[in-house]
Design a protein around this ligand. Structure first.
Ligand code: KG4
Ligand code: ZN
Length: 377
C-alpha cells in the first residue's frame, strides 16, 4: 500500500511516500526556521502562511522523488492534531482534497502517534537493510520529547489476525506540567542570544563547557513522579544570568548576531565565555538527567525491557549517550530514530496511518483539526 503522508502541525511543511508502513520512498521537509528565527520561537500566523506557500510544492516533490504519480497513491494519512490550528488546517484540508478528488481512503493521525511510529519505522528499515538484527518490540515505554511535547507512554500492540494489522494501544504515564524540554532549550538559548532553534546550538556548545561547574540540582515533582517540569530550570538559568557579566555578554552577542546574520555553532562559541559554556552544559545536563531518570523509572514501574525515544530533542547527543549507557547498565533495549525521523516529518505520519488503514479505519469529509488531541488513555 502506497501512502502519501502529510504533516503541518507546527513549523515544518512535510510530505512523504511510504510503502506498507515500512519503506520510505521519499520524505520531504520544508523548514520554516528562517521565518521564525528572528522571533526566537514559532509565530503561529506566519507558520500558517508559510504552510500555504509550501504545501503544494512539497507534496509534488515527495511524489517526484518517490517516482510515483498521484493516481498511484493508494491512501492519504494526514496529521489531525495536536498542534497549531492554522498550521494543521493547511495540511489537513489539502490532504482531504487530494483523497476526495482521487476517491482514495483518508485517515487522520495523531502527531504523537506519528513520533512513536517513527521509532518502529526506522527499526523496520534497519532490519530490512541489515543495519540491525534487534527488533523494536512492544510493550515499550516511549518518551516523546520535542519543542511542543514531553510525554511518556506505555505502548503495546495486540496482533489482530483477522485484519493482519496489529492494534496499537497507548497509555499516558506522565507529561510536562509546564514547558516542553525543547521549549526550555529554545528559551535558554534566546536568553543567552545563542540562536534559534536552541537545542542544536546548546548541544554543540555544551561539549566545551564543564557541566559540574554550574549545579542546577534535581527537579522535584509532587504527585506523579513520571510527570516533568522544566520551567524551574529555565528560571534558574535566568537568575544565574540576570544582573551578572553573563547578561552583558549576551547583549554583546545579540548585537553581533544582528549584524552577522546566520552563524554556525562554532562561530557562536567564539563569542562565548567559558562561564557561558559551563552554564549551557550544566543546563543541558540537568534536562537530560531528568528525562533519562523518569523514563527509566517508567520502564521499571511498567516492567518493560524496551524504551523508544522520539521527537526533536531525541537528536541531542548527550541524551543519546546517557540512554545508551543506562540501557547497557539496566539491560534495556533503547531505540532512537535517526535525526531526520526524530524531528517533525511526514514519513512517521504515513507509517502510523498504515496500521489504521489496514484495520479499516477511514476518515470522512468531516475530518477536522484539533489543537489539543490526547493520545490513548
Ligand atoms: O519534533 P520537533 O521538530 O518539533 C516539535 O514538535 O516541537 O522538535 C523541535 C525541538 C526544538 O525545541 C529544538 O530546539 C529541539 O527540538 N532540538 C534539540 C536538538 N535538536 C532539536 N534539542 C536538544 N538537542 C538537540 N540536538
Ligand atoms: Zn513533533
Amino acid at each position: 500500500m502506497l501512502i502519501l503522508g502529510i504533516e503541518s502541525s507546527c513549523d515544518e511543511t512535510a510530505a512523504a511516500v511510504v510503502e506498507n508502513g515500512e519503506r520510505i520512498l521519499s520524505s520531504i521537509v520544508a523548514s520554516q526556521v528562517l521565518t521564525h528565527e528572528k522571533y526566537g520561537g514559532v509565530v503561529p500566523e506566519l507558520a500558517s502562511r508559510e504552510h500555504l506557500r509550501r504545501i503544494v510544492p512539497v507534496v509534488d516533490e515527495a511524489l517526484k522523488k518517490a517516482n510515483v504519480s498521484l493516481a498511484e497513491i493508494e491512501a492519504v494519512a494526514v496529521t489531525e492534531g495536536p498542534g497549531l490550528i492554522g498550521s494543521l488546517l493547511v495540511g489537513l484540508v489539502y490532504g482531504k482534497a487530494v483523497a476526495l478528488s482521487l476517491g482514495k481512503p483518508l485517515v487522520g493521525v495523531n502527531h504523537l502517534e506519528g513520533h512513536i511510529h517513527a521509532v518502529m519505522l526506522e527499526n523496520k528499515m534497519a532490519l530490512a537493510t541489515g543495519r540491525t538484527t534487534e527488533q523494536a518490540r512492544t510493550p515499550a515505554v516511549t518518551l516523546v520529547v520535542s519543542g511542543g511535547h514531553t510525554v511518556l507512554y506505555h505502548v503495546d500492540s495486540a496482533p489482530n489476525t483477522a485484519l493482519a494489522a496489529p492494534l496499537f494501544t497507548y497509555r499516558r504515564l506522565g507529561q510536562t506540567r509546564d514547558d516542553a524540554a525543547g521549549e526550555a532549550f529554545d528559551k535558554v538559548a534566546k536568553l543567552l542570544a545563542l540562536g534559534y532553534p536552541g537545542g542544536p546550538v546548546i548541544d554543540s556548545l555544551a561539549r566545551f563547557g564543564n557541566s559540574s561547574a554550574v549545579e542546577f540540582g534535581r527537579i522535584k515533582m509532587k504527585g506523579n513522579q513520571l510527570d516533568f517540569s522544566f520551567s524551574g530550570l529555565k528560571t534558574a538559568a535566568l537568575y544565574r544570568v540576570r544582573g551578572t557579566a553573563l547578561a552583558a555578554e549576551a547583549e554583546q552577542r545579540r548585537a553581533w548576531r544582528k549584524s552577522a546574520g546566520r552563524a554556525t555553532a562554532d562561530e557562536v562559541r567564539v563569542h562565548c565565555s567559558q562561564a557561558t559554556l559551563d552554564l549551557v552544559a550544566g543546563f543541558q545536563n540537568a534536562v537530560v538527567a531528568d528525562l533519562v531518570e523518569r523514563t527509566l523509572a517508567a520502564a521499571a514501574r511498567e516492567r518493560v525491557e524496551t524504551i523508544f525515544v522520539s521527537g526533536g530533542v531525541a537528536c541531542n547527543s548527550l541524551l543519546r549517550e546517557r540512554f545508551g549507557e543506562a540501557g547497557r547498565r539496566n539491560r534495556l533495549s533503547v531505540f532512537f530514530p535517526p535525526p531526520s525521523l526524530s524531528t517533525d516529518n511526514a514519513a512517521m505520519i504515513a507509517a502510523a496511518g498504515y496500521h489504521k488503514l489496514r484495520r479499516g479505519e477511514r476518515a470522512d469529509a468531516s475530518l477536522t483539526a484539533h489543537a489539543s488531541l490526547p493520545l490513548g488513555v
